[in-house]
Design a protein around this ligand. Structure first.
Ligand code: G1P
Length: 291
């Protein structure tokens, strides 16, 4: 079975980015020159995904706009000879086919994923949370799909986190660790530090079998009173094996302003036409050099 579909939930309110998110969706805030969903689509495309389903809130129109052809702007760029910019704006439109499903009320990540049930149909699929930006030569989703083909079941991306992050994330109880792959015994959403089974957290990449939908339909609200994807995964683990993949690429939690700043600086340092300028400026920032 080939994995060709992916879900990107983007219906969150983005309260940590107020006041900007009064007018713009959190996932449209740029990291250098493109929003997080652009990087997400590139990662999925590299993994062989051909169809992406966005789960949006009722008022999230700007996301749809991002994928609309803009002949007016294209003509302008063409006339100005801006071929590089033209290539950039066209590239994202043709990478994958895009669908939108509206999540009418914010009832949790699990509830958001459940909204994709009809469009996913009878197959395994990928989930990418765009707040978790992962930069690397190899697409992390692609690496996880390869693991899925060897061990069909549930595949999660995972990373060791600091104690203060544990109560904010899904946490893994490992059965055994084999290199960068962990066989998972159970998962728990946002545990207190004292009850956490480890300091290994789920990061926003999942390969999920179709059986997840029946679990999402039957579970009760969990942490924060929401329908949690982690709870559905935990329940499915009694029927199917679960592997957590400790990826090695650089990860940024851009759900927080600090993470967004770090990701932007990192990304700018990978861009040929700006890396030198940014890196030499960083060394001279007056605030860093004050005693
Ligand atoms: C979600 C998941 C959580 C996971 C996290 C990764 O939490 O519920 O298990 O660890 O994404 O970013 P949220 O960030 O939506 O609270």
């Amino acid at each position: 079975m080939t994995i060709t579909k992916a879900v990107i939930p983007v219906a969150g309110l983005g309260t940590r980015f107020l006041p900007a998110t009064l007018a713009v969706s959190k996932v449209m805030i740029p990291i250098v020159d493109r929003p997080s969903i652009h990087y997400a689509i590139e990662e999925l495309h590299q993994a062989g995904i051909t169809e992406v389903i966005f789960i949006i809130s009722p008022d999230q129109k700007s996301i749809k706009d991002y994928f609309q052809p803009r002949p007016d702007i294209e003509t302008l760029l063409q006339n100005r000879g801006e071929t590089e910019l033209l290539k950039n704006i066209r590239s994202i439109q043709n990478l994958v086919s895009i669908n939108f499903v509206t999540q009418k009320s914010p009832l949790g990540l699990g509830h958001a994923i459940l909204q994709s049930k009809k469009l996913i149909g009878d197959q395994a699929f990928a989930v990418l949370l765009p707040d978790d930006l992962i930069f690397g030569n190899e697409s992390t989703t692609s690496e996880m799909i390869k693991i899925f083909y060897q061990n069909p079941g549930i595949i999660l991306a995972a990373k060791k986190v600091k104690d203060e992050m544990i109560s904010k994330l899904g946490i893994i109880d490992p059965l055994n660790i084999n290199g960068n792959q962990i066989h998972v015994k159970s998962v728990i959403e946002k545990p207190d530090l004292e009850n956490a089974p480890s300091n290994i957290a789920i990061i926003g990449r999942y390969i999920l079998p179709k059986e997840i939908f029946a679990k999402l339909e039957s579970i009760q609200p969990g942490a924060l009173g929401e329908i949690q994807l982690t709870d559905a995964i935990d329940s499915l683990m009694t029927e199917l094996p679960c592997v957590a993949y400790q990826f090695t690429s650089d990860h940024f939690d851009i759900g927080t302003p600090v993470g967004l700043v770090k990701a932007s600086v990192y990304q700018s340092l990978t861009r040929e036409h700006m890396s030198e300028d940014v890196s030499s400026w960083i060394k001279t920032i007056p605030l860093l050099n004050e005693d």
